[in-house]
Design a protein around this ligand. Sequence first.
Ligand SMILES: *[C@@H]1O[C@H](CO)[C@@H](O)[C@H](O)[C@H]1NC(C)=O
Length: 339
Amino acid sequence: MANQDQLITEDEAELYDRQIRLWGLDAQKRLRVTKMLLVGLGGLGAEVCKNIVLAGIKSITLMDDQIVTEADFFSQFLITREDVGKNRATASVARVQELNPNVIVTSNETSVTDKEEAFFKQFDIVCLTYCKPETIVKVNTFCHENNIQFFGGDIFGFYGYSFSDLNEHNYVEEKPKKNKGSSGEGPSKKQKVDATETVFIKRTMHFTRFKEALEKKWGGIPEKEMKRVPPVFFMLQVLLKFESVMGRRPKPQSAENDRCKILELKKEVLQSLDVKEDYLKDDFASLVAGELSPVCAIVGGILGQEVIKAASQKNPPHNNFFFYDGEQSVGYVDCVKDS
Ligand SMILES: *[C@@H]1O[C@H](CO)[C@@H](O)[C@H](O)[C@H]1NC(C)=O
């Protein structure tokens, strides 16, 4: 008898019809056996959650130890005004479940910070949002060692990022088939591309850990190469440092003090990375508090897409950072590896 888990029911085929045509039946089958842990139900977490649940994952565990506050209403669309004071993960469950009754949606109100390695092994994919840098580094290391696909991301006001560590990742890429000209024709004749026929090419990609990417030293890197590195990468480093030192994120209530502290840390961080101070302009420091909902939607859209690519092993993933600069309305994909 066929394994029930492997079969797509008629209902599912109908529900997911459009996306099955987009990414194929095999990809959908892989997605619907994938178990995911999503930490942090802020604005970015809500976007990622919506995208993954609509796509039809097997199960999602929403984890957050924070309480819903007024600030959540700017970007967290899974909760209502009545939820103030409730746990952010648990308050989100009902709306998430409404999006797709086929997905197993649960919440966990405990903190991710003190979880041991064994906890993460029950998941295929772990995605951390709204977490302290130390937590991201620790959980990423567990996941890397256990071949659990890892994603991280956060929003700082106008700016946001996502990070992927898929360790050694195998995937297939679908390409239009190149038809060789029929025999007898000259070798110079161009190959014709037939858009109706495609071939699948197997590929492997290697990823680095978050910690290693952050520790990369930039001294001695040629100017030309340096120009390709988006300044927002160094901005992220400054903001992560702020979180470590202050034990919190920048917030609107202390905007001016935070701005001064951020600029002070900017000097320190750039120096330690061997990056010239003028590489990162100062203006960002007053635009990093809170979570702007359009920024959440863009980064959450990218992150959701990356999770689907990873789970379905279809198409080349972003390796390894995506940055979004909402001030300039520009997104960047960049590979940061300590070589
Ligand atoms: C939350 O996770 C912990 C593991 O650290 C587990 O012991 C607990 O039962 C979980 N709670 C729920 C409600 O699933």
